[in-house]
Design a protein around this ligand. Structure first.
Ligand SMILES: [Zn+2]
Length: 319
């Protein structure tokens, strides 16, 4: 099923089997047509902050200077046979960035800007951001505490202790996100459960979500989270789609689940509100924009799998 979810479909050929070939990687790094994705302290480089920003992916001399200045060089893959690299510049000061990129380079948080970018380029930026974050968080060996060094184009870090030498690989944290539905057997028609998080100071209603714990299947994680957050039991836990969510390091695994009970009791430490909504009620929600009042209910932004899960359900119940 094609989802059109943002941060997917980068178009990159990752060339995972060539990352161990140091000569091949060197050749790619020296190519004039390589593109470089700068990452600075979890932010990505764009041409401007307006309604249609475009990512900047320098090549040529600027690309060379970025790779030379990088804390870590990340080989991301090939696009149309041209290599694409990430350059983590996080240790540079702002004035160093200006020397490399010109005055006032615009680094933005993809979490706020990603939904405005072309989809395939947003996916490449997300990939670079997520991999750079992993490197910055894994500078020391988790077993012996010695410094680690990147290898294989930034897809491995190896402990520098000769007696240890442990290799670690980039990780992504699985999180389940689920739309709980009531199929309306009680006669009131189909409804879906949406909750408002305590931390949001605006009336956004979204699906429930949570991290998968060790020793737990994805279906068990869905059932546990729904029970913890809303005190509801579910059945028919069905996988729908997934979305990389590198904020900072998650993979969202989207599910739909059917409630076997309907009496909601919310977890007051996490949620301010959770309710059953009919399709008609969801249709009356507001849309994101400068003019929307804070107390106007709205769904999450269009770049999220939460929104996609709700809209997919709305289509299903309308036929
Ligand atoms: Zn070690």
């Amino acid at each position: 099923m094609s989802t059109n979810l943002i941060y997917t479909a980068s178009g990159l050929d990752r060339q995972a089997t060539r990352r161990t070939d140091a000569d091949w990687l060197d050749t790619q790094e020296n190519r004039a047509d390589k593109r470089v994705i700068p990452v600075w302290r979890d932010k990505n480089l764009v041409d401007s902050i307006d309604t249609a920003p475009l990512p900047l992916m320098p090549s040529g001399d600027v690309g060379n200077r970025l790779l030379n200045a990088a804390d870590t060089v990340l080989f991301l893959g090939l696009i149309d046979d041209a290599p694409v690299f990430g350059a983590d510049l996080s240790s540079l000061m702002e004035e160093d960035l200006e020397i490399l990129l010109g005055p006032n380079p615009t680094f933005v948080d993809l979490r706020a800007t990603g939904w405005l970018l072309p989809r395939n380029e947003a996916a490449i930026l997300a990939y670079a951001r997520g991999l750079a974050y992993w490197h910055r968080s894994n500078g020391f060996c988790g077993r012996c505490g010695s410094p680690t060094k990147p290898q294989q184009g930034g897809h491995v870090r190896k402990c520098t202790s000769e007696t240890c030498g442990r290799e670690s690989y980039p990780r992504t944290d699985p999180a389940v996100i689920m739309l709980v539905v009531d199929d309306g057997v009680g006669g009131q028609g189909p409804r879906c459960l949406l909750g408002r998080n305590l931390r949001w100071d605006f009336a956004m209603y979204s699906t429930l979500a949570g991290f998968v714990e060790p020793g737990e299947s994805l279906e068990e994680a869905v059932a546990r989270e729904v029970f913890e957050e809303a005190n509801l039991s579910v059945t028919d836990v069905t996988y729908m789609a997934s979305q990389p969510w590198p904020f900072p390091a998650s993979l969202m695994l989207g599910y739909r689940a059917t409630a076997t009970s309907t009496e909601i009791s919310i977890d007051n430490e996490e949620l301010a509100d959770a309710r059953w909504f009919s399709p008609e009620e969801v249709a009356r929600f507001g849309e994101w924009g400068a003019d929307i009042p804070n107390d106007m209910p709205r769904l999450p932004r269009r770049d999220s799998i939460a929104r996609w899960l709700v809209e997919t359900w709305l289509k299903d119940v309308s036929v």
